[in-house]
Design a protein around this ligand. Structure first.
Ligand SMILES: Nc1ncnc2c1ncn2[C@@H]1O[C@H](COP(=O)(O)OP(=O)(O)OP(=O)(O)O)[C@@H](O)[C@H]1O
Length: 278
């Protein structure tokens, strides 16, 4: 992109960002499920610094469902990894339930695009992994059965991952996170590789699980429609290094439908922020 076109695009982006729904942010600080405080992050790559996140600052209220959208490679997964405590940010701080995040914790579970199940273990064993690692399996075996029932895999407890469809494997992966009863679920494009029908089914199921269990959810997705069907807030990031470009809040009741007029208008505005003509 030439400098002139780039500058023009930046002005257009800013204009769209300025038009974003200007609802007040939830009160930052005490009582927040997660606070991302002026977080910046860079990697060292081939001896050079690669800036990935720049001054990311937002809070998520308990029980909120927030979707993160942005161009490929801008740093969304990196942000989820930092919130999960897999690595510390280069600058700034992350606070979950009023405690600084400095290591992984079962209360913050990450679900990936690939189900990452152990191929040699049954579905039941796969779901039990977290409890087993913490020495809690003996007294909480029923939680594994409950988690499998929750994702409607009760009849597949003894199956092996290769005997599952893609959607079932992703459900097993969700059960593996839910068995820990997380207060925060970090969803990194969990439905990204599924066919569209399975994806639509699991979108409905995710909302059902969220409403039933009451966890806070942060969802990375490339699908604007998915963000609008599941979340009540969408945060749009810029190209790498990711900065917050716009934020959209909406409170359409669930279950939502793709053709809700309010969502169609929001979709158009979000796509505009992403620089995609509609
Ligand atoms: N461990 C690492 N070491 C070096 N660079 C990394 C590392 N992890 C990620 N990156 C780089 O950080 C940038 C952001 O990656 P990230 O996976 O967070 O982006 P993303 O927005 O989630 O992308 P996508 O939407 O395509 O999944 C990319 O340029 C990537 O190459």
């Amino acid at each position: 992109m030439s400098d002139a076109v780039f500058a023009e695009q930046a002005v257009a982006d800013q204009a769209v960002a300025d038009r974003a729904v200007a609802a007040p942010a939830p009160h930052a600080g005490a009582g927040m499920a997660v606070e991302i405080r002026k977080v910046s992050h860079h990697f060292r790559l081939s001896g050079k610094s690669l800036p990935v996140l720049e001054g990311i600052d937002f809070s998520v209220a308990p029980g909120e469902f927030v979707a993160l959208l942005g161009p490929s490679g801008c740093g969304k997964s990196t942000l989820l990894r930092l919130i999960a405590g897999l690595e510390p940010p280069s600058a700034g701080a992350i606070v979950a339930d009023s405690e600084p995040v400095n290591r992984p914790d079962p209360s913050r579970n990450l679900v990936f695009q690939d189900p990452t199940l152990f191929p040699w273990a049954t579905v039941w064993r796969n779901v039990a992994t977290g409890l087993e690692a913490r020495g809690l399996l003996k007294q909480h075996r029923a939680r594994v059965d409950d988690a499998l029932a929750l994702v409607e895999l009760g009849g597949f407890a003894d199956a092996y991952p290769h005997q599952l469809s893609g959607g079932m494997a992703q459900r097993a992966s969700l059960a593996r996170a839910l068995v820990n009863d997380p207060s925060l679920l970090l969803l990194d494009e969990p439905l990204g590789k599924l066919d569209s029908l399975t994806r639509m089914t699991l979108q409905v199921e995710l909302v059902r699980l969220w409403q039933r269990n009451g966890f806070t959810a942060l969802l990375v997705t490339h699908d604007v429609e998915e963000a609008l069907l599941l979340a009540s807030r969408v945060i749009v990031f810029s190209e790498r290094p990711a900065r917050i470009k716009a934020e959209f809040r909406f409170d359409e009741p669930y279950p939502r439908h793709r053709d809700d007029p309010g969502l169609i208008d929001l979709r158009r505005r979000i796509l505009g922020t992403l620089g995609l003509a509609t």
